[in-house]
Ligand binder design. Sequence first.
Ligand code: LUZ
Ligand code: MOS
Length: 756
Amino acid sequence: MSIKQSIKNMDSFTHVRGESVYVDDINIKQGTFHGVVFDSPKAHGKIKHIDYSKAEALEGVERIFTYKDIPGANQIGGIIPDEPLFAEDEVHFWGMPIALIVAKSEFIARKARALIEIDIEELPVITTAKEAKAKGSFINAPRSFSLGDSKKAFAACAYVFKGETFSNGQEHLYIETQGAYAEPQENGNIKITSSTQGPTAVQKTIAQVLGVAMHKIEVDVTRLGGGFGGKEDQATPWAVMAALASYHLNQSVKLILNRHDDLRMTGKRHPYESSYKIGLSKDLKILAYEAEFLQNSGAAADLSPAIAERTLFHATNSYYVPNVKTTVISCKTNLPPNTAFRGFGGPQGMFVIESAIARAASEIGVSSRQIQEVNLLDENDTFSYGQIAKKVEAKNTWNSAKSIFNLETLERNVKEFNEANSTFKKGLALMPITFGISFTNTPMNHARALVHVYLDGSIGISTAAVEMGQGVNTKMMQIASDVFSVPIEKIKIETTNTTRVANTSPSAASSTADLNGKATLMACNTLLERLVKVASEDLNVSVEDIKLKAEFVYINEKKSELSWTDLVSKTMLKRVALTENAHYATPEIHFDKTKEKGHPFAYHVYGTAIITTTVDCTRGTYEFDSVKIVHDYGKSMSEGIDLGQVEGALAQGIGWMTMEEIAYNDEGRLLSNALSTYKIPDIFSVPKYVEVIPVETDGNDMAILKSKAVGEPPLMYGIGAYFALQNAIKAFNTKHQLKFHAPMTPEKVLMSLYEK
Ligand code: LUZ
Ligand code: MOS
């Protein structure tokens, strides 16, 4: 237990010394070439002609690769094969890769890129989901979930409201941009170091594009400087390009996108245009809810269908609604393919029902809190997708937040402040969250761990987990340290490598620690059993009497002479295996897409946040005074790491809802294409005070050591920031017509304050 509380993120030691190795820090081989991507300067059109001659003639340019150089398939689509690596005769988004320039230096490759001449016959550009819907431009068929009979239920409602919402995209802004380094090995094998959340996806796609077997491709990942979903699918093309060039040149090739290229060429969180209809009884029970979600998917499927599905899973957030009908449509537009981003469509769905509740509250003349409170999910309630809610903490976190943080006082303070001040107004909102844990695609819920105990008693662990700052390596170390009762220093987490752990799911869906942790736990337990058996033979006592503690074997709680290291070498001398490979697949989960019913999630994570803001009504600027959260960690195995995840996710969620504004012009060109025009929360704009209290709970056995997944759920607390701002605006301007159009930037706040 002591380890659980006191553990630090083991990566912090190399981080603070600047010693952590990212792709750009690798010692490259002599003769390494550098790649720069030539991308489309138009969002939609037919390529009439490209003249590479001037670029090719530039001193230091080795070769320019196009689709014609692809020996296998010019195809990188995951869920749907609809995305070429390089454009052939048409371009579908501004920033779409057309060619890879390979030169002696990145500087030369960049210079060469400016010399390429391209002639494009422009075609009509679609930038919004609504436009795409009107023109029948879709990625795939719509999906719908339903429960009860919403049509009938609306007829019995005392109140029915309809409306529309918009939530914008979000740039991942991982500090480490996309990149890869490819090194040719003997016999045509290639080793790729990639900044990817999905090493297997990279391996599989390279094999497909090169037309070679997967075993020829080794993908290695030490760590990422952030992923946030942006490297679940979209780390792949750059690794494939580096591999393609390396394949042809038989030389190492490094390809790192600079920030401008990364911003322009990669997809982001999906913007959603949605409409809702909500029906309530006299006593504020939500009896019926309908929503249509138009997802702006961009120019290719990428992960959009899976993200769309998660929007439906989370459309009713933490509420029990007996009659539901939700539909999501993935709309094909001429933007870069939008992709996974922390929450994976869930936040977009939750924003809509929170908007519907705010609207209903405002029309009925109650506070949103009153509606939220009477509709919170209870034990054995049914989700619209058929799963029965178990071990529900919705009311527990809500009521705990109310009492621990003294909501009455907080609300009274806001009211008194607003009565006493005319140019500053405060607003407060509560935000409950419920998030399902598991890949919604059931077959993806598995992982493996390969554990070696070395002769000297040190331990090496390989899993499918990718460390991206979330602290998963530290959690894996804790598990092994706990099982073997050895200090953390004896354990090393190896790089994530496809030759050691194969056929893996990406590190995503908040499930990395659960899946890989359970596999690690299984492998360690099997090894422990073997070691204990050897100890029992050696000491001539029964296995039940043996325990490992603090690097020694204990017999009936009494320390023996046999140390951990001696035990390991004795095990080796007996020719007993000190290596174990374990496979974990989440039990119990299933989902039937033909019925849209099942039990897709191992469990849910719950929580409630209370957010307070102060708006400067002269300027439209605002600050978040405090965010007070009661969060469901289960029984946290690493309190510091988990708290860091909650704080980071909260800041990211608030950023999405309030200040991060992605802008494309009508021609599909990204306008927010630099950090001067795209603003993310910095130290001055995060809440001034954040407090996170764990809810009292037993945890869940489906979670690793009962410690629940923590990566994504807390992002959605940030949605409360939108409604806190809206409440502050209402306190200043009673004429304000509620709008649900995120992000709520200071410009929008200012206009709302003075709208008549
Ligand atoms: N990725 C994925 C995810 O492939 N499937 C999921 O269900 C998911 N959920 C959250 C984040 N990434
Ligand atoms: Mo994800 S949004 O890569 O968990």
